[in-house]
Design a protein around this ligand. Structure first.
Ligand code: SF4
Ligand code: SF4
Length: 369
């Protein structure tokens, strides 16, 4: 196992860690956690909400006898502004129910806007509650946040100095957060990666085009995780394992750590961009093109086309692909019909993508069927 310090917290964390939102049943959860802890995974990211409320109970049962082997992280309610006292009381009740005497970390879950951040940081807000819980011994190490918003909110959260980690969505297919990883790392805040396999999509990238992601006897998870392991700003990737074989596959990504360096990372970026567009340009989902005067949503459309290129690619499948993202044929046709080709979206696209010709291409595919 490769270990990193979580920011400047002094906490030693394994570079692969457990996500806890995809367990299929308690037996698999236990088997995966035991095997993972044996392999050195030492962090589990939980919430009361995962797997219909069962996940945290199953995790607690799996780690109770090995409590010193693992850092148990729990979360506040998603985007909720808890009062400090209520938060301490609910955490104490939760830990009692789980028969754990402490959590190692608390994540303020779902920082999306400046308002949610300010509410969390308010004098009697969630962070004050988490600090009190720390004093009371209910939380051993400290507080992190999970992030789902614009960069300025992320930076304000980091700059508040209250958080020892940030949990961020990032993967080979979704690199929008890259500058934020560096921003946090420079300021001593550890980075935990959620969706390291793009919500599982990278694990399914079986097209021949993705052969470069495969390792010896391994599927595309191998290269996808090595991409993250090669980034020195990342402390750990939280992988939502469903079955034991997925754990084994992810561990293979650690087998030969000698090439885990910047050239590998750059090479993987170049190759994945080459899959999407021969010129290497690729919709990053930045959203800069969202202000369409006709009410069309170019970011959603361009991400749909990007994913089509990544996962399907066969022009015959374009219409069903569009329908799968827009629900019905009529919905996608109506959305595309809004575009009057004014060019405003293309003017602001940092990737200089041919949005209008992609819209024409989709319209032509619909007309042909
Ligand atoms: S070109 Fe079409 S999609 Fe782009 S801003 Fe103009 S109307 Fe909207
Ligand atoms: S501006 Fe370009 S890269 Fe950004 S979302 Fe729109 S199409 Fe994608």
């Amino acid at each position: 196992m490769i270990y990193h310090e979580l920011g400047t917290s002094g906490i030693r964390i394994s570079s692969l860690a457990f996500g806890a939102m995809r367990w299929q049943n308690e037996a698999d959860c236990r088997a995966i956690m035991e095997r993972g802890m044996d392999a050195g995974l030492n962090y589990v990211d939980t919430s009361t909400g995962y797997v219909g409320g069962q996940s945290q109970v199953w995790v607690a049962n799996a780690i109770r006898e090995r409590r010193d082997d693992i850092l148990f992280s729990t979360k506040t309610g998603y985007g909720q502004a808890h009062k400090a006292k209520e938060f301490v009381a609910s955490l104490a009740a939760r830990l009692k129910k789980l028969r754990l005497d402490h959590a190692d970390m608390v994540q303020v879950w779902g920082i999306e806007t400046m308002a949610t951040l300010e509410a969390a940081l308010a004098k009697d807000g969630t962070v004050a509650g988490a600090r009190q819980a720390q004093k009371d011994g209910l939380v051993r190490h400290g507080i992190g946040f999970t992030f789902h918003g614009p960069p300025e909110v992320f930076k304000a959260a980091v700059d508040s100095g209250e958080f020892l980690s940030a949990t961020v969505s990032y993967s080979l297919l979704n690199r929008e957060a890259e500058p934020l990883l560096a921003y946090a790392a420079e300021r001593g805040v550890g980075i935990l990666i959620m969706n390291p396999l793009a919500g599982g999509m990278l694990a399914l990238a079986e097209r021949q085009d993705y052969a470069f992601l495969r390792g010896p006897d391994s599927g595309p998870v191998y290269g996808s995780l090595r991409f993250l392991l090669a980034n020195p700003n990342i402390s750990a990737a939280l992988v939502g394992y469903r079955v034991p074989a997925e754990l084994d596959e992810s561990l293979r990504a650690l087998d030969t750590p000698d090439d885990l360096a910047e050239p590998l990372r750059r090479d993987l970026i170049k190759r994945i961009e080459g899959v999407a567009r021969p010129d290497g340009r690729f919709c990053t989902g930045c959203g800069y093109c969202k202000e369409c005067p006709e009410g069309f949503k170019p970011p959603k459309f361009m991400k749909t086309m990007r994913d089509f290129a990544l996962y399907a690619g066969d022009e015959e499948r374009l219409v069903p692909w569009l329908i799968s993202r827009y629900e019905t044929r009529q919905t996608v046709a109506d959305a595309l019909a809004r575009c009057v080709e004014c060019g405003k979206c293309e003017d602001v696209c940092p990737q200089k993508l041919p949005i209008i010709s992609e819209i024409r291409r989709a319209k032509a595919a619909l007309d042909a069927k």
